[in-house]
Design a protein around this ligand. Structure first.
Ligand code: M6R
Length: 614
């Protein structure tokens, strides 16, 4: 949450910062700001409520010169979205400008202390407290900025990624991190700072990911230096990023979400590459092979995740229990971390996260690791915090996901979970050769079948017009498609703001059936599988109460398709892989309804892509 960008070098900083903010806008977009030290040595700070485009407008006639600057796009935690609460915040001395991502938990205590020293505050943010604290320590002790930052951070409880510059020293930016990501790009005599690598990739592929409690000193003409709170210099690990620019652009699509839905067949192919070997009747996730003894002998697996990743986890449970016969429980990371869970040696925790930065998931991982569990991460963002804090894991390799509503990451997570279950079942001997052969052949065919599923796009676009003004939706599924129903409802809620609920279809008669009337659209996932007859009964129950059924069925369906009001046909596949296809029309429907309603599909209100605060 919140995007941080910074630049120090010989180019004009402003265009680099604005472009960087636009790349990071998916992280938060309720206000934006920039601080630059100009050619004439002024500290210029510009801030707006709203999006980065608004910041561009207000600075059109302003002095945006300078080769050093920091910029921020905000997702409000302390204080409403407003110009005064936007970052950068400037210190009382008028010399320091600071941007910050995270939460300073003890900001109230620090604020009271500073107020007693005569400091006053313009904003309601914790960030302003931080900059005044650094200012106070610097001014009262007559210290240099680095020392003041080091001492201030010792007093701070909470999470932060921060960048600070000093008007008196136009050749230096200091950055620091704790529990909130920060990457430094290293160019030729220039540095780039960002919350993730996306703003950096077009300038350099050499990056350093800061670790917790690292403080980095970026000084013009000098190599990057990183120290700890005691000022001990640390070794740097310079990494090469493998992102390409095309992955960060819309590529002709009106929205990132649509692009990301459409590219799923290729993403799944990338995810399976080098792992699925149909010709040898084998699937290999190397992390499973490397740790097979630990995994085979696990007492149980605990999957922890949030949001869409949690839905993928529910499918993961069925896959692992079905093929490996190991008990699995699936927990919301936010509940797990505060429930004093019974977890320890012999447990394998699987943490699923697209961003790899979700605060609750990261905290749950730390708790489980401290209690002796073995941690396996399933993430998309390479080099992010969760993969770096796990014992082992697998990337989903679906490329950067920019739309706030997660789409390709979900199918990537399900793909990895299926490969995990099958690899483990193979080494455990809990799957027969013939069963493995059948599912691997189907697996290989999934990208082509996804393409067929995407051909429903025009039909769904028309259907979406009919339901644009619905006030509620119900989504029903069973077995492997129950989590898909939850995911379909979440997608619709997130981007169209229509209230939607997902249920296991049989639960309907235990309450939700009371909601069914002529106004209630019910999406029923009723593809050909072992539970088809049960779903047929559910559809009949809805029709008997005049509900409007949109059925997701298999090609050639001649039963439910006759009763449902609308039918979307998908290619057939084996039951455990069905979610990889059934998810697609639900993603498309959420997308088209949101477009019909004129909503901001990629940046829905109140949301941010990466939830780095709890
Ligand atoms: O990055 P993560 O997978 O850890 O994120 C978890 C959720 O915040 C995320 O899936 C969220 O629910 C999405 N906006 C869903 O579309």
């Amino acid at each position: 949450m919140c995007g941080i960008v910074g630049y120090l070098g010989s180019r004009d900083a402003f265009p680099i910062l604005i472009k960087g903010l636009k790349r990071l806008e998916y992280r938060g977009y309720d206000s934006a700001g920039v601080a630059l030290i100009s050619q004439t040595n002024h500290l210029n700070v510009y801030k707006v409520k709203g999006k980065v485009s608004g910041l561009e407008q207000v600075t059109e006639r302003e002095d945006t010169s300078g080769t050093i600057g920091i910029a921020h796009t905000r997702w409000a935690t302390h204080g409403e979205p407003s110009q005064v609460n936007a970052h950068p915040h400037v210190s009382a001395s008028g010399q320091l400008a600071l941007i910050h991502n995270g939460i300073i938990e003890n900001y109230n205590v620090l604020k009271e202390k500073l107020e007693k020293k005569g400091y006053t505050f313009k904003s309601s943010t914790d960030t302003e407290v931080l900059v005044q604290l650094i200012d106070y320590i610097k001014e009262s002790g007559k210290l240099d900025l680095l020392t003041a930052v080091r001492l201030a951070l010792r007093e701070v409880i909470g999470a932060y990624a921060l960048a600070i510059l000093d008007h008196n020293d136009p050749d230096q930016i200091i950055v620091a991190r704790k529990s909130s990501p920060l990457v430094i790009g290293i160019g030729e005599n220039e540095f780039f700072i960002a919350s993730d690598a996306t703003p950096i990739v077009e300038f350099t592929d050499k990056v350093v990911y800061l670790e917790d409690e690292d403080i980095a000193i970026l000084r013009r003409g000098e190599p990057l230096k990183v120290v700890d709170f005691s000022n001990v210099e640390l070794n740097l690990e310079v990494q090469t990023i493998e992102l390409n620019l095309g992955q960060l652009e819309k590529g002709g699509y009106p929205h990132f979400m649509l692009k990301e839905i459409v590219e799923q067949p290729d993403c799944i192919q990338d995810c399976m590459r080098g792992r699925l070997h149909v010709e040898d009747n084998n699937v290999i996730l190397s992390a499973i092979i490397d740790h097979k003894e630990k995994l085979i002998h696990a007492k149980r697996f605990i999957i922890i995740a949030c949001g869409t990743s949690w839905h993928a986890g529910l499918i993961g449970r069925q896959l692992i229990e079905n093929y490996c016969r190991i008990p699995v429980q699936v927990e919301y990371a936010s509940e797990f971390r505060y429930s004093n869970p019974v977890v320890g040696e012999g447990d394998v925790v699987i943490a699923i996260s697209q961003s790899g930065e979700t605060a609750d998931t990261l905290a749950a991982v730390e708790l489980a690791r401290n209690r002796g569990a073995f941690i396996y991460g399933i993430c998309n963002a390479v080099g992010s915090s969760i993969p770096r804090s796990t014992d082992t894991g697998s990337y989903i390799h679906v490329g950067p996901e920019i739309g706030v509503a997660s789409t390709k990451a979900f199918t990537g997570q399900v793909t990895v979970l299926a490969m995990l279950a099958l690899t483990l079942a193979t080494v455990k001997g809990s799957i027969s050769e013939s069963e493995l052969k059948e599912i691997l052949e189907e697996f290989q065919a999934i990208p082509e079948k996804m393409k067929k599923a995407l051909e429903t796009n025009d039909q769904i676009a028309s259907l979406s017009k009919i339901f644009t003004y619905a006030r509620n939706f119900i989504y029903l599924g069973r077995g492997y498609n129950y989590p898909v129903a939850l995911e379909g409802a979440l997608k619709l809620k997130e981007i169209s703001y229509i209230h939607a609920e997902g249920y296991p279809a049989a639960e309907m008669k235990h309450g939700p059936i009371a909601l069914i009337d002529t106004e209630m659209p019910v999406v029923v996932i009723a593809t050909q599988n072992s539970l088809y007859e049960k779903l047929l009964s559910n559809v009949q129950e809805i029709k008997a109460r005049k509900g409007r059924v949109i059925a997701i069925v298999s090609e050639g369906d001649d039963t439910i398709s006759k009763i449902a009001d609308y039918c979307i046909e998908l290619p057939k596949t084996v039951e455990p892989l069905d979610p990889l296809l059934t998810t697609i029309p639900l993603q498309l429907m959420a997308y088209h309804i949101a477009v019909c309603k004129g909503k901001d599909v990629d940046q829905p209100r109140n949301l941010a892509k990466s939830v780095t605060v709890e």
